[in-house]
Design a protein around this ligand. Structure first.
Ligand SMILES: NC(=O)c1ccc[n+]([C@@H]2O[C@H](COP(=O)([O-])OP(=O)(O)OC[C@H]3O[C@@H](n4cnc5c(N)ncnc54)[C@H](OP(=O)(O)O)[C@@H]3O)[C@@H](O)[C@H]2O)c1
Length: 283
């Protein structure tokens, strides 16, 4: 299922990507701005490095849990960007997802001779042991570090597109209870830019962090999102409110200095995002 071809062809495969937030929303934004193609393909073309990009996920017959379609999708692949996410955030399910998908994907990549494995992880994974999702991401990271494949782990702050899910997780009735911890939400469009750049660069064999351009309070960012989308829920500030199981201090979700910063500001995203113009529909 190649999507595009450029000269000096090398092939890339993107697993769990086309329909993920990091791919879908970035590309919806691309279309809104009149860009002609998928972001990774655009980047490949613009740098003349030439990559054949294959988006692979269960919807296109590639499943990192069952292994279905993996060897075929990875044939001749040189770079893998793993953007797969667990359908369930329940603690046991999410751990099993990242463990099994990680094992299967990395083993298939070793067989295929992949030269660079790139994964998107989350800022703060090592700081919040009570957050089951973050613990599962750490397992994913450990598998990557232990594999023989050169790698880059990109840890991101929460996507702006994820604010609704954060609201949903903190909702009881008509009230969303949220911590006032700082957060630097990043637009999926900016994330897609970074992932494309990393794919075209050398493996770091380490980790880098990315974040949005503003330091906001989590409760206030979600409240602004809900107001903008005419969501009737109200946000109540609660310093003890848990973030997917973990209590936050002011800086739990904030990256270290030296982080790569996205360009899109929250208000601009709110005003332009398709998600904020109409309530999100089911994926
Ligand atoms: N969202 C955030 O704020 C955020 C922040 C930091 C890091 N991240 C990381 O970024 C990555 C992507 O997150 P997201 O929010 O973009 O996820 P998402 O919107 O939930 O998308 C999940 C993707 O995973 C795919 N997938 C599900 N089961 C799969 C399987 N068995 N095999 C292969 N692919 C499978 C889905 O494919 P189908 O479309 O075919 O179902 C979909 O493309 C995750 O690793 C997440 O931890 C996200």
């Amino acid at each position: 299922m190649p999507c595009a071809q450029y000269k000096d062809l090398a092939s890339s495969i993107i697993v769990g990507n086309r329909h993920s937030r990091s791919w879908r929303d970035g590309n919806e934004n691309c279309r809104h701005r009149g860009d002609r193609s998928y972001r990774l393909q655009d980047r490949g073309a613009s740098t003349q490095q030439g990559h054949e990009v294959l988006a692979a996920s269960p919807k296109s017959g590639v499943n990192a849990i069952t292994g279905e379609g993996l060897p075929e999708a990875l044939e001749n692949a040189q770079i893998v960007i793993d953007l797969a996410n667990s359908p369930s955030f329940e603690e046991k399910a999410v751990r099993e997802f990242f463990e099994t998908a990680g094992h299967n994907l990395l083993a298939a990549e070793v067989n295929a001779g992949v030269k660079h494995h790139i994964a998107l992880s989350a800022v703060g994974t090592e700081r919040l042991p009570d957050n089951g999702y973050f613990r599962a991401k750490l397992v994913q990271e450990l598998l990557i570090r232990a594999s023989p494949i050169p790698y880059t782990i990109v840890r991101s702050t929460p996507f702006m597109e994820f604010l609704k899910a954060i609201a949903d997780a903190g909702t009881a009735g008509a009230v969303v209870r949220l911590s006032p911890a700082y957060v630097e939400p990043i637009a999926a469009d900016d994330v897609a830019d970074v992932m494309a750049e990393v794919a075209l660069g050398k493996p770091l064999n380490g980790m880098m962090e990315i974040a949005g351009p503003e330091l906001l309070r989590l409760n206030e960012a979600v409240a602004r999102y809900l107001r903008k989308t005419n969501d009737p829920r109200t946000v109540e500030t609660d310093t003890n409110a848990r973030f997917f199981g973990a209590e936050l201090d002011d800086y739990s979700l904030v990256p270290a200095k030296g982080v790569r910063i996205g360009k899109i500001r929250f208000m601009d995203w709110l005003n332009q995002s398709p998600q904020s113009r109409e309530p999100e529909t089911a994926k």
